[in-house]
Design a protein around this ligand. Structure first.
Ligand code: NAD
Length: 485
């Protein structure tokens, strides 16, 4: 049977019920590696979204009042179900995104870790007692869930972006209306199915799919939604911030990046090459922490490029579900066109094409959005690859002479999510890490997405952190209680 014949239909998930959309309509979900239809997702209208908000609002007091330990038990059950269903979950992710199955499996495991971490952090929502200025007064603070949350997520990590939002929300005592990316609704639907099995009560987690702007308008204009948690592009983040301002909703925003990756002449080049190859081509370069500007000190440029080229030529591009593949396709035609446009612009403006630089159209690639892993050198600041997030398998190499020069160049953009640099000079490692205007800095290290660490950016990369010890902060309000005795 073809994928199209087995394509699953995803209804809306409202108040614990899989619900036919009022419109009766569905849209197709496409596998970007093959062009096949792998699912159909419901198109919600305003009334459907309002019903989801009503459900999240109605059940909120009950969920918020449950002991944190009970909410943690439910999340731990969900974690178990993730582990038990990991192959099925990974398969869905790979079918919807084309990403290598191995990477999809890593994503499922990461979700399990986030579920456990947040479950346990929910049991450590402490308040404070504060010494009062007068003897007959007692002061304390408590932290309470903000209320129903709208969670809007992207397609590049269709499971973990959902879990990084709903796990802390549910652990804190909030309820959720989830709007996953329209390109990957099946992964989100699986989360809802497992949440049902785990015993998440009806209405605590709801899911709506359809027209993003229309759903966004309903969610953002409804007073019952008290918080918006969003991961996606900076332009959409800015729009949501403006909409949230009307009702002063609490917001957390994980937005775009344009990561610098700096290699100093005193670095261990082999380690730097291994790091850049991994973090640049992971998920076909479609990650927010993917290096977009690789700054190599002039004196080591030729050696770096020669070694990097060797590695990149060894990467196997193909349909992720087939296994034994390093790099999958771009997510859609628009993603592929953007990558082509960036490479063409760079070459026209004088960049050197070291390797790659073409859409792949051979037998194994003809029906998907495949692009060859690419290295460009002699990049200038006026090229699109220097100024915009490429979001694809293109490594753009710039050069520099001095430490201060590269710090200034790295900081010259409006966003500030992740930055990386390689050096063996201890003093430099401290100077540069403190000078980089980024939310996360890797020194001789590229693994920044871990449950133990606060993940998030500064400047136009957003606000708020996911993971780490403050993972629940964005879902809690601080309340002061003053008592005269
Ligand atoms: P996107 O902004 O196009 O979409 C993200 C989500 O917003 C999707 O669910 C989409 O349907 C929804 N959306 C789009 N327009 C909307 C509107 N008007 N109102 C309400 N919702 C709307 O981003 P994308 O293409 O899905 O993801 C790629 C972007 O996400 C990149 O810029 C990447 O850097 C960023 N990202 C950031 C992080 C992070 O943690 N900082 C993580 C992953 C991705």
């Amino acid at each position: 049977m073809s994928a199209a014949e087995t394509a699953q239909q995803h209804q809306l998930f409202i108040n614990g019920q899989w619900t036919e959309p009022s419109s009766g309509q569905y849209f197709d979900v496409i596998n970007p590696a093959t062009g096949e239809i792998v699912g159909k997702a419901a198109i919600a209208d305003d009334s459907d979204v309002t019903k989801a908000i009503e459900a999240s609002h109605r059940v909120f007091p009950e969920w918020a009042a449950k002991p944190a330990a009970e909410r943690a038990r439910t999340l731990r059950k969900l974690q178990q179900l993730f582990l038990e269903n990991k192959d099925q979950l990974a398969r869905t992710v790979s079918l919807e995104t084309g990403k290598p199955l191995q990477q999809a499996l890593m994503e499922v495991n990461t979700c399990a870790e986030y579920l456990l971490w947040n479950a346990e952090e929910g049991r450590r929502v402490y308040g404070e007692t504060i010494p009062a200025g007068v003897g007959n007064k007692r002061l304390k603070t408590i932290r309470q869930p903000v209320g129903p949350v709208a969670a809007i997520t992207p397609w590049n990590f269709p499971l973990s972006m959902v879990i990084r939002k709903i796990a802390p929300a549910l652990a804190a005592g909030c309820t959720v209306v989830l709007k996953p990316a329209e390109l990957t609704p099946g992964s989100a639907a699986q989360v809802c199915r497992l949440a049902e099995q785990a015993g998440v009560p009806a209405g605590v987690l709801n899911m709506v799919t359809g027209n993003p702007a229309q759903i966004g308008n309903v969610l953002l204009s409804d007073k019952r939604i008290r918080k918006v948690t969003f991961t996606g592009s900076t332009p959409v983040g800015k729009l949501l911030l403006k909409q949230a301002a009307d009702q002063v909703k609490k917001v957390s925003m994980e937005l775009g990046g344009h990561a610098p990756f700096i290699v100093f002449e005193d670095a261990d080049i082999e380690k730097a090459i291994a790091g850049i190859t991994q973090v640049k081509f992971f998920n076909c370069g479609q990650t927010c922490i993917c290096p977009n500007r690789i700054f190599v000190q002039n004196s080591i440029k030729d050696k770096f490029i020669a070694l990097f080229k060797e590695k990149v030529q060894g990467l196997k591009v193909g349909n992720g579900i087939e296994g034994n593949v390093d790099v999958g396709p771009l997510i859609n035609q628009a993603g592929l066109d953007k990558v082509s446009r960036h490479v063409e612009d760079a070459v026209v403006k004088g960049a050197t094409l070291v390797v790659g630089g073409e859409k792949l159209t051979g037998e194994n690639h003809k029906d998907g959005f495949f692009y060859s892993p690419t290295i460009l050198s002699d990049i200038k600041e006026n090229m699109l690859v220097s100024t915009e997030e490429t979001f694809g398998p293109v490594a753009s190499i710039l050069t520099f002479e001095t430490e201060q020069e590269v710090i200034d160049k790295a900081n010259s953009v409006d966003v500030g999510l992740a930055a990386y640099f390689f050096t063996n000079d201890l003093s430099r490692s401290i100077r540069v890490s403190e000078a980089l205007q980024y939310g996360m800095v890797g020194i001789n290290d590229t693994a920044l997405a871990q449950v133990e660490i606060p993940f998030g950016g500064v400047k136009e990369s957003g606000m708020g952190r996911e993971g780490g010890p403050g993972t629940l902060d964005d879902f809690l309000d601080l309340k002061l209680i003053a008592t005269t005795i």
